[in-house]
Design a binder for this molecule. Sequence first.
Ligand code: CAA
Length: 400
Amino acid sequence: MQNPIGLDALAIAVPEGYLDMGDLAAARGVAPSKYTEGLLVSKMAVAKPHEDPVALAAKAAKRLFETSGADLSKVGMCVVGTETGVDHSKPVAAYLHRLLGLPERCRVYEAKHACFGGTVGVLSAIEWIASGAGKGRTALIVCTDIARYGLGTAGEPTQGAGAVALLISEKPRLLTIEPGLDGSYAKDVNDFWRPLYSKDAVVDGHHSVQCYLDALAGAYNSFKQAAAEMDHRDALNVARRCYHVPYGKMAKKAHRHLMALEGKTEAEADESYNLEVAPSLRIPSQVGNIYTGSLYLALASLLDTEAESLEGKRVALFSYGSGCGAEYYVGEVVKGAGAYVKALKLSQPLENRRRYTIAEYEAIRQADNDVDRKPVEAPQAAQNEVAFLGVENERRVYKA
Ligand code: CAA
């Protein structure tokens, strides 16, 4: 029998400050309950210019190796999933490769498909290892994004920023994931996109919700088909479900939709939501949407809270990327994951963040407009943190 393949380590990184959703509601003249109950969001991470997607990716990946003790010299593949990269050509993964000191014998690239880019990396890594091409090496996948909509738009309360690093190996300490046991869905839709001239995303908000739900149904049906083809119908029985989380309420809507497909009423769906979904929304509700990393932030939240009691049980993962592509797959929590997760301290990065005022948030947004032409400045980040310093001679400069 083939060795189990799956998720060996996980770490998150968030910017040093956030905006409280009550403050945003007051500034925009909206009832706070619209954000906290209507969207299920309470805080939104805000990235300063030195906390660009490269710096956030490096912060998450460094943390992963520090907390897990994994061997950096064994990495043979490094994929960065992002839809807010820093260059139209040079991948974020190239900067990350140098900042981490990864081996030169390494396949390094960036994957873009809206919020689906990280999952593309995870599934490619599973298949790379399963094929034997990995030759005992591991794959590092980092999802990193800064979600940005126009000030005062309906999308504004669903912004966020952060990164999630995942290590895939053939000796997984967190989740085993079976190659090929996944359900794909794709359709060309215009729900959310970002034209080349713009830093802000363009979104047809209510249409995007429907596209997400249609993709969930499509991916779930494909998953059922794959499970039947592999004679693995038991894979439909899961203990917890993590959904892509642009905002918490979307995950709740997704769960109702999936349960309706299974013939359950809305009341039954809401009852199972509290058990199966709510534990995965604790961290996302304090960070906001981080696009490619949002599903894996939900997974981090779930494992941080419940890994021990879930050992030997299955968790479903639904990844959605606008435009659109989606995948529904499952992982089984490994025996011993509960004790190991304690050492990973998954939610520690949320401690000691600074609460920005509205004026500070709007000033950061303004500075962000010119960030790609910013002249090099003295480091603004803490001593041991990677920071974007600015641009010199058309080249981006980082403090390692
Ligand atoms: N108290 C409590 N609840 C309230 C309230 C109040 N005072 N006022 C309104 N609400 C509720 C509404 O009833 C509604 O609940 P339901 O969704 O259950 O009906 C909820 O708050 C939101 O209200 P609206 O629909 O009126 O909100 P809106 O029109 O201002 O916009 C949005 C909501 C469309 C999600 C908008 O925030 C948006 O465009 N966000 C960006 C796009 C997005 O995240 N899409 C998700 C799917 S696409 C995807 O997942 C990819 C991705 O990452 C972007």
